[in-house]
Design a binder for this molecule. Structure first.
Ligand SMILES: [Zn+2]
Length: 85
């Protein structure tokens, strides 16, 4: 895994290879997640598995730690037009 920097905002990112063989830029910092098939959140595990989850829940029931797509939080990506404030 090579650490690199986002060319849009300069944040440190890591490239995770997903199960489908695609490399996906993710935030370098792992976040706790709570697995939930009905939740809209997506997290990528170190082994490339993508899981639906929420990012809030009881601390003692956290599922695991994973990476979130950098595009979801990048402040500089021009392609990301529907960015929430
Ligand atoms: Zn960025």
């Amino acid at each position: 895994m090579r650490p690199t920097f986002c060319k849009h905002c300069g944040a440190p990112i890591v490239w995770i290879k997903t199960e489908k063989g695609k490399s996906m830029p993710c935030n370098k910092t792992m976040v706790p997640f709570w697995e939930n098939p009905d939740a809209k959140g997506k997290v990528v595990l170190m082994n490339g598995k993508i899981i639906s989850c929420s990012f809030d829940g009881p601390r003692d029931q956290v599922t695991n730690f994973g990476y979130i797509s950098h595009f979801a939080s990048c402040s500089g990506a021009r392609d990301f037009r529907n960015a929430k404030r």
